[in-house]
Structure formats: C-alpha cells, structure tokens
Design a protein around this ligand. Structure first.
Ligand code: SAH
Length: 221
C-alpha cells in the first residue's frame, strides 16, 4: 500500500471535531461516551473528499451509490438512544460509509453491520478492516432479514428509513434489548425505540422526526 493511501489525522481535523462536539452539545446531545466517540473518530476518513468544508459541520454528505453519511447530530442521537454498554452485541442495518459503525466500535460494542449495496460494503470493509484494523463483522446482504445465524443481539440500530419495523429484526433482539429505528414511508420518519419484552412482546416509544434515505429490499450489485 502506498503512503498516499494511508489515512492521516492531525491537529487541524481534531480541532474541527472539537468544534463539532461543541455544536452537538448546543443542540442538546449530553451523552459523554457518545461525544467522546465523535471526538475520537476521524470523520474525514469516511468521505471521498477530506477537504470538504462541510465535513465537520453538522451536515449530511454524499458517499458512493447515491447514499449519504448521516448528520453527526443524527448519529449522536441514535447512538445515545441505543445506550451501548461495553461488550454488547449490536446489529447495524445500513453500513454505508462505516462512520456510525465506527462510533459503535468506539463505544465498545461488538458490531455486526449489513449493507445491501456491494460497492459500499466493499469500501467499508477495506477502510474498517484493512486500513484501520478494527475487529468488526461486515456483511453484504438484506437488512430486512437481519442476521439470524448471529442472533440474538443486545441492540439493533437501523440507519435507513423503514416503512415498518421488520419482523425478523424484532425476533433477533434479546429480551430486554433495544432497537432504534426511523419509521415512516414518506419523506420523514419518526425515530422509534422498541424495547423487547418476553414472548416477542414489545413497547414502542416515538420521538423526533428525521429524514433518512429509504430502507430498500434485497441486496444489489
Ligand atoms: N450508517 C451510515 C448511514 C448510511 S445511509 C453511515 O454512517 O454512513 C443508509 C445505508 O443503508 C445506505 O448505505 C443504504 O444502501 C443502506 N441500506 C438501505 N436498505 C438496506 C437494507 N435493506 N439492508 C442493508 N442496508 C440497507
């Protein structure tokens, strides 16, 4: 691998992340482990354009295949709701750039992440496994089905807008487990927390509205 391929972080980027964390605090994010993870994870590693001035503002930006990396606020919001404890098994649906995946890893989770678009899966795999050396399980597949052979999970996070809560995901959640999923068919989705009880029963809490790219069926090449 040539030196030009090595990802570099420096004081300039760290300074921009400090500012980003302050902006998130002002917007109401108070979870210290989540803010620490955002401070630690070099956001510019996940973009094709590390010099983009918007990268460290609270904005979403484009990645390959017409997808986006979520707003830092959205990542922080969902990560806070997930209440990740060290060593917990977390299923993420929608790997995308791998940024949210990386935040979960910094929170100490054992992460299993699925992406339906082959080029994004491949890119995230090269970055997280080969370049950055994280221990993470990445899958190319349809997140509507979850990962039955690795279930049950302590937590499930869905990072695309789901028209409904997929039944297999509810099944694959541990009793007492939490799922965080944006639900809605139109332009906007309602951030929803599902807390699983016994006998596949669950409690649902609906929170703020967000705009996500849609959760689509079937994997694509
Ligand atoms: N967590 C990502 C956000 C990416 S946007 C990040 O931090 O960058 C949502 C992602 O979900 C897209 O990459 C999209 O391709 C993927 N996706 C949509 N439907 C899916 C499905 N059924 N299974 C797996 N991934 C899906």
């Amino acid at each position: 691998m040539g030196v030009e391929n090595l990802k570099k972080d420096d004081y300039k980027y760290q300074g921009m992340r400090k500012q980003l964390v302050e902006e998130l605090r002002e917007k109401g994010i108070t979870d210290e482990p989540v803010l620490k993870a955002i401070l630690e994870v070099p956001r510019h590693f996940f973009s094709d354009n590390a010099f983009d001035v918007h990268l460290h503002m609270d904005k979403a930006f484009r990645i390959a295949c017409g997808q986006t990396i979520s707003h830092p606020y959205t990542v922080a919001y969902q990560s806070t709701l997930l209440q990740v404890k060290k060593g917990e098994k977390v299923l993420e649906v929608g790997t995308g750039s791998g940024y949210q995946t990386c935040i979960l890893l910094h929170l100490g989770a054992k992460v299993f992440s699925i992406e339906r678009q082959k080029p994004l899966f491949q890119k995230a795999k090269n970055l997280l496994l080969d370049e950055l050396g994280y221990s993470v399980k990445l899958f190319y597949g349809d997140g509507y089905k979850g990962l039955p052979s690795f279930a049950p999970f302590d937590k499930i996070i869905v990072t695309a807008g789901a028209p409904f809560i997929p039944e297999p995901l509810i099944h694959q959640l541990k009793e007492g487990g939490i799922m965080v999923i944006p639900v809605g068919e139109g332009e906007e989705q309602v951030m929803t927390i599902l807390i699983k009880g016994s006998d596949n029963q669950y409690e649902k809490i609906e929170l703020d509205k967000f705009k996500f790219v849609p959760l689509l069926r079937n994997k694509v090449k």
